[in-house]
Design a binder for this molecule. Sequence first.
Ligand SMILES: *[C@@H]1O[C@H](CO)[C@@H](O)[C@H](O)[C@H]1NC(C)=O
Ligand SMILES: *[C@@H]1O[C@H](CO)[C@@H](O)[C@H](O)[C@H]1NC(C)=O
Ligand SMILES: *[C@@H]1O[C@H](CO)[C@@H](O)[C@H](O)[C@H]1NC(C)=O
Ligand SMILES: *[C@@H]1O[C@H](CO)[C@@H](O)[C@H](O)[C@H]1NC(C)=O
Ligand SMILES: *[C@@H]1O[C@H](CO)[C@@H](O)[C@H](O)[C@H]1NC(C)=O
Length: 265
Amino acid sequence: MTKMQELQLLLVLAALVLLSFLSPATSCTEQEKSSLLQFLRELSPDSSSKFSRSWQSGTSCCTWEGIACGSNGTVTELSLPSMALEGPISVSIANLTGLRRLDLSYNSLSGELPPELISSASVAFLDVSFNRLNGELQESSPSLPHHPLQVLNISHNFFAGEFPSTIWEKKSDLVAINASHNTFSGALPSSFCISSPSFAVLDLSYNLFSGSIPAEIGKCSSLRVLKASNNEINGSLSDELFDASMLEHLSFLKNGLEGELDVNR
Ligand SMILES: *[C@@H]1O[C@H](CO)[C@@H](O)[C@H](O)[C@H]1NC(C)=O
Ligand SMILES: *[C@@H]1O[C@H](CO)[C@@H](O)[C@H](O)[C@H]1NC(C)=O
Ligand SMILES: *[C@@H]1O[C@H](CO)[C@@H](O)[C@H](O)[C@H]1NC(C)=O
Ligand SMILES: *[C@@H]1O[C@H](CO)[C@@H](O)[C@H](O)[C@H]1NC(C)=O
Ligand SMILES: *[C@@H]1O[C@H](CO)[C@@H](O)[C@H](O)[C@H]1NC(C)=O
């Protein structure tokens, strides 16, 4: 090869590298862009104006503030904690079919949590803690055979009503639920442990749960942390509860529990 040929080859290679950076494979789709812009439009005008510079429809949404994409350019993360966002969480987010992680914690978002997000076919980590969300937790229908949800943090909101029991059945990857500091009422939920073998953390403190501690919690073979202080739970701590052999932290402060603890267990 002559020096000239070598130089030509080098130029061609450089051009190819450059092209691969610019190729549309690393850019989000128009559908994803429109779902994100729809989310923005539904926020309060003050909130949406915060992104008017970064979220430009002429650019790839993978470069937008708070957005991360996978190697093929699908939006995998929407992370906008502590941005003083106000307004509802648009259901259009559920159209992001590759979204794995959604973090909207520490904002002032209101309205309901779209059921499509809890039962999404892609979302594994969902954190909307420290907002002003209300209503009941609901499942969307029709539901899918499997939901990849692992972590749900809805702590510090205004959610109310009974804690749903059936919506966890298809969430076999579930590891942690933090629903503390809401106004949920009715019986303590306990079905997770049967459907989700790795279920490890359940925080239900500061709610209005009542009734007794379900014995099924003893079947939670991976449960490490169970917090349900500041509720209206009564009855006694059943022996079965201690069948949950991984349990490290158990708190039931400020409830109406009574009876003796068998120290020999
Ligand atoms: C989201 O998907 C639904 C149903 O597929 C569609 O009707 C709606 O227009 C989509 N929204 C956005 C913002 O893309
Ligand atoms: C991109 O990759 C994700 C997995 O990371 C996959 O679910 C999705 O279907 C892929 N999308 C395209 C357009 O290839
Ligand atoms: C919400 O809970 C999850 C799981 O425990 C945790 O990873 C996350 O950091 C929590 N979010 C906040 C804002 O504390
Ligand atoms: C649940 O969330 C609250 C508020 O972020 C936090 O104080 C608490 O430690 C969390 N519970 C667990 C078990 O992580
Ligand atoms: C627990 O409280 C309920 C009312 O909320 C009451 O009907 C029940 O008898 C109480 N059980 C015990 C064991 O105190």
